[in-house]
Design a protein around this ligand. Structure first.
Ligand SMILES: *[C@@H]1O[C@H](CO)[C@@H](O)[C@H](O)[C@H]1NC(C)=O
Ligand SMILES: *[C@@H]1O[C@H](CO)[C@@H](O)[C@H](O)[C@H]1NC(C)=O
Ligand SMILES: *[C@@H]1O[C@H](CO)[C@@H](O)[C@H](O)[C@H]1NC(C)=O
Ligand SMILES: *[C@@H]1O[C@H](CO)[C@@H](O)[C@H](O)[C@H]1NC(C)=O
Ligand SMILES: *[C@@H]1O[C@H](CO)[C@@H](O)[C@H](O)[C@H]1NC(C)=O
Ligand SMILES: *[C@@H]1O[C@H](CO)[C@@H](O)[C@H](O)[C@H]1NC(C)=O
Ligand SMILES: *[C@@H]1O[C@H](CO)[C@@H](O)[C@H](O)[C@H]1NC(C)=O
Ligand SMILES: *[C@@H]1O[C@H](CO)[C@@H](O)[C@H](O)[C@H]1NC(C)=O
Ligand SMILES: *[C@@H]1O[C@H](CO)[C@@H](O)[C@H](O)[C@H]1NC(C)=O
Ligand SMILES: *[C@@H]1O[C@H](CO)[C@@H](O)[C@H](O)[C@H]1NC(C)=O
Ligand SMILES: *[C@@H]1O[C@H](CO)[C@@H](O)[C@H](O)[C@H]1NC(C)=O
Ligand SMILES: *[C@@H]1O[C@H](CO)[C@@H](O)[C@H](O)[C@H]1NC(C)=O
Length: 717
């Protein structure tokens, strides 16, 4: 015991002694050049870096500095996320022992002095092993390094998320024999994919990330020589041509991801089996055609398969069920056909999402799919499936997202009775099915504890707005448009305390607009977003051609009652709907005045009262609604002057036409002397916001139905 105690004491003394030895003046000076060259040093000079001559004179004890070589040589400068601004001083290259430099997540600007940092003139092998300058504002080109020195030791270079431009120098990378990782994602680099990494057969090059740049040309064949390449990510560029055969020689590949390029050709079944380690295959958003090869079943490690948005066709291979590790399958927007019963899903217990949106799949939903107990998102929308939903679906205990839209499913009563027991179901899109059936009014439809979005639109359902809906206390978004629903809006509507987006347009609903609708808790609250679940949807919800929703709060606060048979006046209580941003009451038989209370809906962006029987003047204070981007009061019997100023300065004839007694410049009918006074004009910011919304809105109502699909030009052309 005393002996080992002594040993520890001695060790301590030695280490204290070595720590006390200051780093060289040369090193201090380099570091000072770096820090004083910055325009903002994040407070470093004020802290440990300051006390130059005193106790902390040893720069090895400065914040972010690590020394090696017995504690006397600066080997690492690690200052990520320090708020540093200004250029990276080439003087850092004078730190002879520096091995690792991490300056990521700062606001550094200017060029990267790679030549100096790598000390390419140094005769002996030395220099940086890892450079991470990701997430800065560095710019310029990565020029060819002058010296052909082969002593570079660089293994990791992360320059991602900067503003680098130009082409990649090729000779430089050829000489980087030790390079393992090159991460240049999220810049503006163009030209050919650098590919000279694997010239020597003993290469250790393993990770290439070039996502989000402007690279073009073909995928280089020489990548096939990269025997250690594990990760190739080059999505969101402009690569073209086919996948070269040689690429499949890189048999260490675990992650091959080239989405959103211009690749074409087919997946070669004979070659793809060479990639036995493949876990992640993403070729979505290209122009690939042909089938998924049967040999895909031999990729036993496959976890993620993304081939969406291509031009692929044929039947899905039954061998897919041999990929038992599959978690995510995205095959949306292709021309796949055939029946799902060909695939034995029961082996795929790891599967979490299956997206077959917009293909030509036929038949019924196979029972085996319900044994994928981890399945949480299933989208079968826009296919040619039919039949009734099997009660077996309740076995999908994790099911959160289910879209059955645009198929030929039958028996809505059955669908609802079965799905009500899916306790975690949050999004149910089953629009455009059940053609001509009756809306079930059965009170036993109870459950749906977590349902937040429900679409039963476009089903031509007859009947009333059913009482069972009133039990959906978590419902945020309800689509019932384009049915044949009749009768009044029930007074219980206000008990839907989470609802903020309601579309009941294009039905045969009648009666007066109930004041209950003006008491909807989420629409009367000042700030509703805070009550919403912020989690991201497992699959993006598409609406029409231009709307994508990833979170619930992405949906606007909306009441759409258009194209029904509502009569009576617009209730004054409408002024209570403080958070409403879209109000559409068009094409009904509403009469009386436009209530002045509308002027207190400060968040209103779209107001459509067209094609009704409204009379009297347009309330002049509507021009104080600063976010109003669209107004349509055409085809009524309004009279008097159109309000002037504010938002009204840009509304045109189309907003007001068909009201013979209205006057104002917008409709080329001067009011004479009795014109309304000019009120406040818009700030530029308000205008910009308004225009942006107007553009979005046109698309929104131009299509107006929940397609849950991207309608691609190929579909309509
Ligand atoms: C610290 O020392 C460096 C040179 O070693 C000198 O250039 C710098 O001015 C000194 N800074 C302070 C704050 O004393
Ligand atoms: C640099 O630091 C950041 C933040 O700590 C870290 O996430 C990153 O992995 C580091 N880079 C390297 C190459 O170690
Ligand atoms: C930069 O890339 C390297 C290698 O891929 C990685 O280790 C590092 O964590 C990345 N840096 C950041 C900030 O993510
Ligand atoms: C790309 O870089 C910008 C800043 O340069 C950053 O804000 C953005 O999050 C990055 N995008 C990705 C996908 O990393
Ligand atoms: C590249 O760097 C970015 C951020 O710097 C990181 O998110 C990404 O995972 C890295 N890529 C690879 C393949 O490591
Ligand atoms: C791949 O490596 C072999 C042998 O090292 C070499 O002959 C061949 O030219 C290389 N191919 C490419 C495309 O670089
Ligand atoms: C690489 O792929 C090509 C074309 O597929 C093939 O002819 C060649 O033999 C492969 N080379 C090696 C080393 O596997
Ligand atoms: C997509 O495939 C179809 C046949 O399935 C073909 O007629 C069409 O030209 C292809 N489109 C593109 C863009 O490759
Ligand atoms: C799955 O793999 C086994 C063993 O390799 C094979 O016998 C079987 O035919 C494969 N199943 C399918 C559906 O391809
Ligand atoms: C259902 O949702 C709850 C709450 O989000 C979660 O805790 C639970 O794990 C989910 N159940 C399954 C089977 O995924
Ligand atoms: C529809 O479903 C209900 C409830 O599951 C069932 O009672 C009824 O027989 C089904 N109707 C048809 C036509 O299959
Ligand atoms: C609207 O209601 C009126 C009277 O109640 C009726 O005559 C008319 O047919 C209804 N219109 C529609 C489209 O249902």
């Amino acid at each position: 015991m005393p002996l080992s105690g002594l040993a520890i004491a001695v060790l301590l003394l030695i280490s204290m002694a070595s720590r006390a030895r200051p780093c060289t003046e040369q090193e201090k000076s380099s570091l000072f050049h770096f820090i004083t060259g910055l325009s903002w040093d994040g407070g470093l000079a004020m802290s440990s870096w300051r006390n130059n001559g005193t106790a902390a004179a040893d720069c090895c004890s400065w914040e972010g500095i690590t020394c090696g070589g017995g504690g006397v040589v600066v080997t690492e400068v690690s200052l990520p996320g320090r708020g540093l601004q200004g250029p990276i001083s080439p003087a850092l290259g004078d730190l002879a022992g520096l091995r690792r430099l991490n300056l990521s997540h700062n606001s550094l600007s200017g060029e990267l002095p790679l030549e100096r940092l790598l000390k390419s003139s140094s005769p002996t092998p030395s220099g940086l092993v890892a450079i991470d300058v990701s997430f800065n504002r560095l710019e310029g080109e990565l020029r060819e390094l002058r010296s052909s020195n082969s002593g570079w030791l660089l293994q990791v270079l992360n320059i991602s998320s900067n503003r680098f431009t130009g082409e990649f120098p090729s000779a430089t990378w050829q000489a980087m024999g030790d390079l393992v990782v090159l991460n240049a994602s999220n810049n503006s680099i163009h030209g050919r994919m650098p590919s000279s990494f694997c010239i020597s057969s003993s290469t250790s090059f393993a990770v290439l990330d070039l996502r989000y740049n402007q690279f073009s040309g073909r995928i280089p064949v020489s990548l096939g020589n990269c025997s250690s390449l594990r990760v190739l990510r080059a999505g969101h560029n402009r690569f073209s041509g086919t996948l070269p055969d040689e690429l499949f020689n890189a048999s260490s590949l675990e992650h091959l991801s080239l989405p959103n390029n211009g690749l074409h050709g087919q997946l070669d079944g004979a070659r793809i089996v060479n990639l036995r380690n493949l876990a992640h295959l993403d070729l979505g958003g290209n122009g690939l055609d042909g089938k998924i090869p049967d040999s895909i079943g031999e990729l036993r490690r496959l976890e993620v398969l993304r081939l969406g948005h291509n031009n692929m066709s044929g039947e899905l291979p039954p061998t897919l069920s041999n990929c038992t590790n599959l978690m995510t399958v995205d095959l949306k927007n292709n021309y796949f056909s055939g029946e799902l019963t060909r695939i034995e899903f029961s082996a795929l217990t790891n599967r979490k999402t299956l997206d077959l949106l917009f293909n030509g799949i036929t038949g019924m939903i196979p029972e085996s799919i319900f044994s994928c107990s981890n399945l949480s998102a299933l989208r079968l929308a826009d296919n040619r499936l039919h039949g009734q939903i099997s009660p077996g679906i309740v076995n999908l205990k994790s099911l959160v997202f289910l879209s059955l839209a645009f198929n030929n499913f039958a028996n809505i009563t059955n669908t609802l009775h079965v799905l009500k027991d899916c306790k975690n179901l949050t999004i149910l899109l089953t629009n455009s099915n059940y053609k001509g059936e009756a809306m079930p009014e059965d009170e036993a439809i109870e459950g749906f504890q977590n349902l937040r979005i429900l679409s039963l639109a476009r089903c031509s359902l007859s009947g009333k707005i059913p009482l069972w809906l009133s039990k959906l206390k978590n419902l945020n978004v309800l689509f019932l448009q384009n049915n044949q629903l009749s009768g009044p809006i029930p007074a219980w509507i206000k008990s839907l305390k989470s609802l903020f987006h309601l579309d009941i347009s294009y039905n045969k609903l009648a009666g007066e607009i109930p004041t209950a609708l003006m008491e909807m808790p989420m629409l009367t609250a000042e700030n509703t977003a805070i009550h919403l679940d912020q989690s991201i949807f497992l699959l993006i919800v598409y609406r029409g051609t231009s709307f994508e929703y990833r979170v619930i709060s992405g949906f606007p606060n909306m009441l759409n009652l258009g194209y029904n048979n509502f009569t009576g006046v617009i209730p004054k209580e409408i002024g209570q709907l403080k958070s409403l941003s879209i109000l559409n009451l068009s094409s009904n038989s509403l009469s009386g005045e436009i209530p002045v209370q509308l002027c207190s809906l400060k968040n209103l962006q779209v107001l459509d009262l067209s094609n009704n029987l409204l009379t009297s003047a347009i309330p002049s204070d509507l021009n104080k609604l600063h976010f109003l981007s669209t107004i349509n009061v055409s085809n009524n019997d309004l009279e008097g002057p159109i309000p002037r100023g504010g938002q009204f300065s840009t509304f045109t004839n189309s907003s007001f036409g068909g009201n013979p007694k209205l006057c104002g410049n917008a409709i080329d009918r001067p009011c004479g002397s009795a014109e309304a006074p000019l009120v406040s004009t818009l700030t530029t910011e308000q205008k910009d916001r308004r225009i942006a919304f107007a553009i979005a809105f046109c698309a929104f109502f131009g299509v107006g139905v929940l397609y849950d699909q991207i309608v691609m030009s190929k579909y309509f052309s």
